[in-house]
Design a protein around this ligand. Structure first.
Ligand code: ZN
Length: 318
């Protein structure tokens, strides 16, 4: 039985997960840390207005919809922030990794996991009316850092952190990503993979980007050349940033256990409080705060970075 693990269940992840479930893949595990928001519905086809009104966690809402599509497929829902500390555990039994992440840091962490463990990965990114897809068969085809040894502007443009995404772009990129995923799950020969695809939906252009033979030079790629897994070691992290066009801010702390306990203790009388081993969630001042054991906290609905920082200081680290 084949198991696909989808990291991130937004525009791309939710669309690819739907296709894998409908195609009858044995197990589809979805990992996501985020909450469904009304503004997601334009391009995240799996969710409904009811999910957004209830501020359901995407991993849980997605699992309900996916299970209703195919009872023979086992759907596993994991509410977690995918970080170096849990990346290997959450993907340990995967036959395929699917990149549904909305930020470059997570994509490169996933690339490290793929190459370190020899697990195939399908990367995809989209922004505006453009996108890209790459199937990675570790040791056989190029990985993300073969193409982009250092994070560059071109890669940054392929996430939707700074640009919105046209719904038809997400749908087109997800369809191509799901096709590469199916090839990898079926064990299709590497030369049947499409390589690096660039998609321009507005101008209806789909092209394969010519790549040098693999491997180009063992030292050229820090990941599959010298096997330096800096993202997996957690050497790169982000302190605070606005997520993907949403009214959501991500913050990072160095003392997660203490913060989770503080949040739990201070809001014990709040009926919305939800305590799980992986996270603590509570609704305060019109916002939803989700603090993860990984050390990251999401604040939804704060109306901007400054108020999110203030709420974080007051309720999480204060
Ligand atoms: Zn590489």
């Amino acid at each position: 039985m084949r198991r696909a693990v989808v990291i991130g269940c937004g525009a791309l992840g939710s669309a690819v997960a739907s296709q894998l479930v409908r195609e009858g893949v044995g197990t589809v595990r979805i990992v996501d840390r985020d909450v469904v928001e009304l503004r997601n519905l334009a391009h995240q086809a799996l969710y409904t207005e009811a999910d957004a009104a209830s501020r359901l966690l995407k991993a849980e809402a997605a699992a309900v919809h996916l299970r209703a599509m195919n009872a023979d497929c086992r759907v596993e829902s994991v509410v977690a922030d995918f970080v170096p500390g849990n990346a290997l555990r959450l993907t340990a039994d995967a036959d395929l990794l699917v990149d549904g992440a909305d930020n470059l840091e997570t994509k490169l962490l996933l690339n490290d996991v793929a190459v370190a463990t020899g697990t195939p990965l399908v990367y995809a990114g989209c922004a505006g009316t453009e996108g890209s897809v790459l199937a990675v068969l570790p040791g056989v085809t190029h990985c993300l850092r073969c193409l982009w040894p250092t994070p560059s502007e071109s890669v940054n443009h392929m996430t939707c952190e700074t640009r919105g995404v046209l719904p038809s772009t997400a749908a087109t990129v997800a369809a191509l990503q799901a096709t590469e995923a199916l090839k990898l799950l079926l064990g299709t020969e590497a030369d049947a993979l499409s390589g690096l695809l660039r998609i321009d939906v507005w101008n209806a252009v789909l092209r394969r980007v010519p790549l040098p033979a693999f491997p180009t030079d063992d030292r050229a790629c820090p990941t599959c050349g010298t096997r330096d897994f800096g993202y997996l070691r957690g050497e790169y992290s982000t302190m605070a940033r606005q997520l993907c066009g949403d009214d959501t801010v991500l913050l990072t702390t160095s003392s997660p256990a203490r913060d989770l306990e503080r949040l739990r203790r201070h809001h014990i009388a709040n009926a919305s409080l939800r305590v799980r081993p992986e996270y603590v969630q509570v609704d305060i001042d019109g916002c939803r705060i989700v603090a993860f054991a990984s050390g990251r906290t999401l604040i939804h609905g704060a109306g901007g970075m400054n108020r999110a920082r203030a709420l974080y200081a007051r309720y999480v680290t204060g």
